[in-house]
Design a protein around this ligand. Structure first.
Ligand code: NOJ
Length: 540
């Protein structure tokens, strides 16, 4: 089976390892904690877990600064724990996907320390990009707006190029243009870049040999640098095609998911899917109500899934249809939220509004990815403290979506036995915060709805990715038909909404809240949703 085959039918679950379950009482989540909760994860009806990086790291950027790719961070456990986790998950039909930070390391990585302590270029080729003086034109900046070249703390003289924070030196995968005036720009076939590509393969092989199913690749398309950003992305994609060719022979079926959209180069695609990220406008137009602060990435616009009903699905549907038109059958991942921004329950959005959004997420033709805690409606916690690089700038705080999982009403919401001040991040202080225990046996809960929808998606191929998706009514309610046999309608706004789209006498109601069917009119109360099996075509 190719990786894309199982991914097409999958529901993913993103676990931020710091915040899921702490088994040893140090205040930080760990792999044995995840193992202890695998029955819960399985009960969600998900098929794969995506873990944020869990490798050795000084955690300047929450683990996206790796100091040893081949070692699980001691705070999460051991490499053997990861193997135990993979085996225990497989026994429940769940695959494990790790996060590969391909474009940069920590300054503490042995590769960087080696070059930092040298007096000049490595005769085998530099793994990082070093220059004597930064080019006058400058080169990019991070989200905090700081320069991309960092003065070397020595002994090596000059500056190194970083990718994100100063403590994340960019690995050298070469440049699209070489220029004798700027000798630090290696071509992509120079020894340093080639060493790094070969090292990526070794890292992948190491973890694939331990049973993982694939990788989400951080900053996948900025490996190669260049003053022409699009050309650089295309060259980065070429590296991934090389890696895909090697995987197809050595580890067939490995799933590769990029951070973002794979550039179209006219060549075959290396990744199994595109990821419509939270920071992209399409995702934002559905869910982002500004509750996590303003991002520099996209203009603020009303979110479709907000109560005032001022948003639109057009941007999202347009992007999704464009991908399908260019690459029929291409898988597209859509997440409820992720570790870099907000949550589904964010800003003014309340728990009662989540049903419509989750119904959409789990019945559209994309591959759904649930962010841990969204299945119980955990909220983005404003004002959470800056931990491990969570606050990128004064208006962009990622900590609020990284707070500990809320298991029950015991101390620390059942996340940890540590003193509260030792927790990775404070628990949501709201006394009414949702918990798994409270929702476990409540058929009206968000958790019950998620389980119902994932079960339905498993039973009904028409609700997965390999069947057609036709929009029957844009705006409110948003109504679409899947596979010719099922109709989904969601009304995330506060006011009721109606659409004349379906002959009701042939409908079987599979999931519904606030649904009223009469003649050929489908009406949904405010915050309503419905999944219907239909036997007739939609009305005009
Ligand atoms: C994207 C990751 O999702 C984010 O958390 C990280 O800070 C940057 N890449 C840098 O690795």
């Amino acid at each position: 089976m190719s990786g894309a085959d199982w991914l097409a039918d999958a529901v993913l679950y993103e676990i931020y390892p710091q915040s899921f379950a702490d088994s040893d009482g140090d205040g930080i989540g760990d792999l044995p904690g995840v193992i202890a909760h695998l029955n819960y994860v399985a009960s969600l009806g998900v098929d794969a877990i995506w873990f944020n990086p869990c490798f050795a790291s000084p955690f300047v950027d929450a683990g996206y600064d790796v100091s040893d790719y081949l070692r699980i961070a001691p705070r999460y456990g051991t490499n053997d724990d990861l193997v135990r986790l993979v085996d225990a998950a497989r026994a429940r039909g769940i695959r494990v996907i790790l996060d590969l930070v391909a474009g940069h390391t920590s300054v503490e990585h042995a590769w960087f320390q080696h070059e930092l302590n040298a007096s000049g270029p490595d005769p085998l080729g530099d793994r990082y990009v070093w220059c004597e003086e930064p080019p006058a034109a400058g080169w990019g900046s991070d989200l905090a707006g700081t320069p991309a070249w960092v003065r070397s703390p020595g002994p090596r003289p000059g500056y190194y190029l970083k990718n994100f924070f100063d403590a994340q030196p960019a690995l050298n995968f070469g440049w699209t243009e070489v220029d004798p005036a700027e000798p630090w720009r290696d071509g992509t076939d120079a020894p340093g870049p080639r060493r790094n590509v070969e090292s990526l393969k070794e890292i992948l092989a190491f973890w694939l040999d331990r049973g993982v199913a694939g990788f989400r690749v951080d900053m996948a398309f900025s490996l190669v640098k260049g003053y022409d950003g699009e050309a650089a992305q295309r060259r980065s994609a070429a590296i991934w095609r090389e890696i895909r060719d090697w995987l197809d022979v050595s580890y067939p079926g490995t799933v590769l998911i990029p951070e973002g959209r794979e550039p179209r180069t006219g060549q075959r695609l290396a990744f199994d899917a595109d990821f419509l990220l939270v920071i992209y406008g399409e995702h934002a137009s559905l869910f982002d109500n500004g509750g996590a602060g303003l991002l520099p990435f996209h203009p603020q616009r009303p979110a479709y899934f907000d109560a005032d009903g001022a948003g639109s699905t057009d941007l999202f549907v347009g992007a999704w249809e464009a991908i399908q038109a260019d690459d029929p059958g291409r898988l597209v991942l859509l997440s409820s939220a992720d570790h870099d921004f907000d949550r589904l329950c964010c800003g003014p959005r309340t728990a009662e509004q989540l049903g419509a959004a989750l119904t959409f997420l789990l019945t559209w033709g994309t591959v759904p990815c649930l962010y841990y805690g969204d299945e119980i409606g955990m909220r983005y916690v404003p004002g959470s403290p800056d931990v491990e690089g969570a606050v990128c700038n004064p208006t962009y705080n990622r900590a609020g979506c990284r707070t500990p999982m809320q298991w029950d009403r015991s101390a620390n919401a059942g996340f940890s036995t540590a003193e509260p001040d030792r927790l990775y991040l404070p628990i949501d202080p709201d006394p009414e915060r949702p918990t798994v225990a409270d929702q476990e046996d409540d058929p009206a809960s968000t958790l019950a709805l998620v389980r119902r929808l994932t079960a339905l998606r498993r039973q009904v191929p028409a609700l997965r990715t390999r069947s057609t998706t036709e929009v029957l009514h844009a705006s409110y309610p948003f109504v679409y038909r899947r596979g010719g046999t099922h109709v989904v309608a969601v009304n995330p706004r506060r006011e009721p909404a109606t659409a004349q789209v379906i002959s009701i006498d042939t409908a079987e109601v599979l999931v519904a809240q606030g649904l009223r069917l009469s003649a050929d009119t489908l009406a949904l109360d405010g915050f309503g949703y419905a999944v219907l099996a239909v036997r007739t075509t939609a009305a005009d």
